[in-house]
Design a protein around this ligand. Structure first.
Ligand code: FA5
Ligand code: MG
Length: 516
């Protein structure tokens, strides 16, 4: 399949850039750079806003930088019609809150929604029930505690997660709804599609909001024939279609140290049966997606070379599944992680009031799949309201055979600007970084957020290009290179300078850095 190498490099960059720093965390429930700090307020005065839906979403390329004058942190915010009190944990900026009402996964003919539809078709009702309208505001308990995230897990830090107040946040993954659905027992299987939020780096495959689909399937000891879970699972497996793709799966079904069986709760036969059902279900989903991608490529690209799909299972770690795996697909010369999954931790079912249930769960990134399926080179494009983008997919929701790859309508020139500054010493008088608790480490994500807050969707990429520490006083200098590029038009140097100046001013104001 022909995929621009640059797109793939972007998709893979996250794992590459982080794994060597926190190899274990890369296999965790949430990828994370690991610096636990507190953040103050990164908002630009939501107090006067009734609800994010009343804030005009910053989707079109903003021409004017953020106002220099900042309002104080709002006392309360209204998200999708519900009002929440904020406190000193609040760190969700207006531009991010505004996106809570977009719901691209429900917008007919939108690539994210089309991707959801295709994946849903592989998990039919009535076994699977679809939940596509869960509110993005969840409790810290739902997002982390209910799933067994340790108290010091870096995903909990304000550098990584958007908090509304100390107990309430914008979900960082769809797994936040697992306990609730396991407890509700409304169907043996379910799918949840929803927007998720993470404070993160800026590049063409990362956006503070993206979409995930969660899936789960359970069996109940009290209702399967003879209480024999393994037999019931294998019977269901026999009903699933097969595929002819050779899947690499070199690891044993579980491993005492690396990927343990939940020995207190599951027999080896039960876990093996559940894993077999999980793997076949997910392989069918991935095979279907990539077959559709190939069909579209074949139709549109006369030079298309059909190569056999290569898929492999690798061991993984999530706090709420064991054993756990990730599914990787070989795409344009690289292994690409597409989903995480595993046998659900029995404590989850017990705590949800359904101790006789056991089963599997997975989580997949819809944007990542949609980028590959539609050959979309930049994740920002999904948020565009430009008809030149949206019209390309008209009618596909009703007829998936019309699916075609995205045809870029323009490539506007990039404008690179550097910003270098001295990081304030944690204990110094010029400390008091608004976004981090003083005494804690400076965090890249705070820089990312400020740039995104000012430049909106005109920022394509931000990279740390240089850093050094002065031996005589321990002061650290950092230089970031910001790539400004509008997806919709050519930016003039004058307006880019204006935006960049505003970025510098916000960095000085909020992070107390000293521009060099
Ligand atoms: C999770 O979020 C787990 N909740 C998944 C899970 C669910 C595991 C149920 C076990 C059981 P992770 O952070 O790896 O894990 O994200 C899951 C998937 O979301 C990834 O495989 C990837 O496809 C997608 N994803 C993660 N981060 C991003 C990102 N920044 N941009 C786009 N897609 C992403
Ligand atoms: Mg992952």
């Amino acid at each position: 399949m022909t995929v621009p190498q640059t797109l793939l490099a972007g998709l893979l960059s996250r794992a590459g850039s982080r794994s060597h720093v926190f190899p274990l965390l890369r296999r965790g429930g949430q990828l994370s750079s690991c610096s636990s700090r507190q953040a103050g307020c990164a908002s630009r005065g939501l107090a006067s806003q009734a609800a994010p839906s009343t804030i005009s979403p910053p989707i079109q390329t903003p021409v004017t930088p953020a106002p220099a004058k900042e309002a104080a942190a709002p006392q309360e915010v209204t998200i999708n019609g519900k009002t929440y009190q904020t406190d000193s944990w609040f760190n969700a900026p207006e531009n991010v809150l505004a996106l809570t009402s977009r719901k691209l996964h429900l917008e007919k003919d939108h690539p994210i929604s089309i991707t959801r539809q295709i994946l849903e078709s592989k998990f039919p009702g009535p076994t699977y029930k679809y939940h596509n309208d869960f509110d993005p505001v969840v409790s810290k308990y739902e997002n982390f505690d209910s799933l067994g995230f340790p108290a010091d897990h870096p995903g909990r830090a304000r550098s990584d997660t958007y908090y509304i107040n100390k107990d309430t946040l914008l979900r960082t993954h769809t797994s936040a709804h697992e306990a609730q659905l396991f407890g509700a027992r409304t169907s043996p299987g379910y799918l949840i599609s929803a927007d998720v939020y993470r404070r993160d780096e800026i590049d063409r495959s990362h956006y503070p909001v993206f979409y995930q689909m969660e899936g789960a399937r359970v069996w109940d000891r009290s209702t399967v024939p003879n209480g024999d879970i393994a037999a019931a699972v294998y019977a269901d497996l026999a009903e699933l279609p097969t595929h002819d793709i050779e899947v690499e799966d070199r690891h044993p079904p579980f491993h005492a140290e690396r990927n343990p069986l939940q020995t207190e709760h599951h027999s080896a036969a039960e876990a093996e049966a559940i894993a077999a059902h999980l793997k076949r279900s997910l392989e069918l989903m991935v095979v279907d997606i990539f077959s559709r991608a190939k069909a579209a490529a074949r139709q549109q690209d006369p030079d298309f070379v059909d190569e056999p799909l290569r898929v492999r299972w690798v061991e993984a770690y999530f706090p709420f599944t064991s054993p756990s795996w990730e599914l990787e697909v070989y795409y344009a010369g690289e292994w690409l992680e597409v989903l995480g999954c595993g046998v659900t931790k029995q404590e989850l079912h017990i705590n949800a009031g359904a101790p006789s249930q056991l089963g599997w769960a997975f989580g997949i990134g819809l944007d990542r799949i949609a980028m590959l399926l539609f050959q979309v080179p930049d994740i920002r494009i999904f948020w565009s309201r430009d008809a030149r983008f949206l019209d390309q997919f008209a009618g596909v929701s009703d007829d998936l055979s019309k699916l075609q790859r995205f045809i870029p309508f323009s490539k506007h020139p990039a404008c690179y600007k550097d910003v270098s500054f001295w990081v304030p010493l944690p204990s110094s008088a010029d400390g008091g970084n608004d976004m981090a608790v003083s005494g804690q480490e400076f965090h890249d994500n705070d820089v990312m957020e400020i740039v995104r807050g000012v430049a909106g969707d005109t920022v394509e990429d931000v990279k740390l290009v240089d850093q050094y520490t002065r031996p005589e006083n321990g002061r650290q200098s950092r230089c970031y290179r910001v790539c400004y590029r509008s997806l919709e038009r050519t930016l003039t140097n004058k307006e880019t300078n204006k935006i960049h100046l505003a970025v510098k001013s916000q960095l000085t104001k909020k992070l107390k850095v000293q521009i060099r």
